[in-house]
Write a protein that binds this ligand. Structure first.
Ligand code: NAD
Length: 476
């Protein structure tokens, strides 16, 4: 559907050929950037150039926001029955299923994650999230409050308005689905800016949005640099909300920029999540989850359990078994090879950033003052340290600026729940790590974010409650 000059025919390393759109998508049209600037997309496995796509400027953001504002008021969207909004989301999920091999191919090519993961995990997350929120489209209700025989009030849930959504590169399509699903279910309109490292899959997905039947202007997609397109969106006076996923440092910038018009904000940021293993844990189970918790998706997961705290009675046994697990499972290689567990990091810059912290990626006997205990590395890089008591474990777990996820391994039921309550984090996994499900709220405390995505809680971020007071008495 892309117009001439704004799409190319590509063949991916796995032999799959497809049409790759390269434009900006504004008001239902593929267009070129005003500034004539492009972004180069690179295959991280080979560092070969894949294709260049249009990169949005401030004036492109202005046009996209204007289109989203107009679409918000247009009858095609504003007057659409809520169940019909849901039907569009269901149709979009079905189209993603039909195109899942192509979408997963693009994701792997552009991001470096193993194809089996992109196909079986990421695409399932995209469709699951879209269908979950499709079902909510006609269930976003208010309440009636009886006050006296003469007075009552009721509430309605209204869309927040034009939502700017800024997403990272580690799960490009899943992050888009997490943000688009609830926003569209609640009747908002969207300008979404993907990460500059992974611009491609979302452009293919745009054609599916159009085919599903969303009216023009409801979803606008502007690839572009954070400092230009991202900043223009975050500071735009006609944007009502910014939903952001990325680093804590960028989130601070965004808060500053959004302050001008007091925008509604949802921020999902960094983490340094602890995984606590008590002496009484099922050790093999703890080792397997600890491995998955830091090595899957090349360690590029905001909730990665990157600090492992192990009670001293099992410390040496845990460390030995953990290293063995890495040797046996973490096969690094071509992301299109089915045997590969770990593909390349997303870019050379990211790879080098991780190596700054040093060469081997398992650090034992770490102390809380070390940078590798405190700072998010965002790679297959883990710090392991021993502890003696439960109190010490909780103190260590809470000893960073972050509070996103946390994991507790123990067979002691009461301790599991006690520690779950004591750790400062938005999510806790008891005897697992990094479980994530669209039905369950996701988000952090402290400097890991503000607000929640996913689950029913995710709808609150995309609707305002309006209270309407009714007086039935004709005399004061
Ligand atoms: P980043 O913050 O640099 O970029 C994220 C997004 O923000 C990109 O789209 C980027 O273009 C945009 N951006 C950058 N500067 C901007 C600016 N000044 N104004 C507006 N937008 C701007 O993060 P990254 O390094 O690409 O991603 C990795 C980070 O994301 C990690 O710290 C990780 O923890 C975090 N992350 C968090 C979650 C979560 O849900 N909590 C999920 C994935 C990643």
């Amino acid at each position: 559907m892309a117009v001439d000059g704004l799409s190319v025919q590509l063949t991916a390393p796995n032999g799959r050929s497809y049409t790759q759109p390269t434009g900006l998508y504004i008001n239902g049209q593929w267009v070129k950037s005003d500034g004539g600037v492009t972004l180069a997309s690179t295959d991280p496995a080979t560092e070969k150039h894949i294709v260049s796509v249009q990169s949005g400027s401030k004036s492109d953001i202005d046009k996209a926001v204007a289109a989203a504002r107009a679409a918000l008021k247009a009858p095609a969207w504003k007057s659409l029955q809520s169940s019909d909004r849901g039907r569009l989301l269901y149709r979009l999920a079905d189209l993603v299923d039909e195109h899942r091999e192509t979408l997963a191919t693009i994701e792997t090519w552009d991001n470096g994650k193993p194809y089996t993961v992109a196909l079986n995990e990421d695409m399932a997350e995209v469709t699951g999230t879209l269908r979950y929120y499709a079902g909510f489209s006609d269930k976003v209700f208010g309440q009636v409050m009886e006050l006296s025989p003469d007075k009552f009030a009721y509430t309605v849930r209204e869309p927040v308005g034009v939502c700017g959504q800024i997403i990272p590169w580690n799960y490009p399509l899943s992050m888009a689905a997490w943000k688009l699903g609830p926003a569209l279910a609640c009747g908002n309109t969207v300008v979404l800016k993907p990460a500059e490292q992974t611009p491609l899959s979302i452009l293919y997905f745009v054609n599916l949005i159009a085919e599903a039947g969303f009216p023009p202007g409801v979803v606008n997609i502007i690839n572009g640099r954070g400092s230009e397109a991202g900043a223009a969106l975050a500071s735009h006076p006609d944007v009502d909300k910014i939903a952001f996923t990325g680093s804590t440092a960028t989130a601070r910038e965004i808060m500053r920029m959004a302050a001008g018009t007091l925008k509604n904000l949802t921020l999902e940021t960094g983490g340094k999540s602890p995984l606590i293993v008590f002496d009484d844990a099922e050790l093999d189970n703890a080792v397997e989850w600890a491995h998955l918790g830091i090595m899957s998706n090349q360690g590029q997961i905001c909730t990665a359990t990157s600090r492992i705290l192990v009670q001293e009675g099992v410390y040496r046994r845990f460390v030995d078994a953990f290293k063995q697990q890495i040797r046996e499972v973490s096969r690094v290689g071509d992301p299109f090879d089915e045997a590969t567990y770990q593909g390349p990091q997303v870019t050379r810059a990211q790879h080098e950033r991780i190596l700054q912290y040093i060469d081997p990626t398992v650090f034992t006997d770490v102390t809380p003052g070390m940078r590798i205990f405190q700072e998010e590395v965002f790679g297959p890089f883990v710090a392991i340290m021993p502890f003696r008591t439960e109190e010490e474990a909780v103190e260590l777990a809470n000893g960073t600026q972050y509070g996103l996820g946390s994991a507790v391994f123990t067979t002691n039921l009461t301790r599991a729940h006690r520690v779950a309550r004591a750790v400062e984090s938005g999510m806790v996994w008891i005897n697992s790590s990094n479980d994530c499900d669209w039905r369950i709220p996701f988000g952090g405390v402290k400097q890991s974010g503000i607000g929640r995505e996913l689950g029913e809680a995710g709808l609150e971020a995309y609707s305002n409650v309006k209270a309407i007071h009714v007086n039935m008495k004709s005399k004061l």
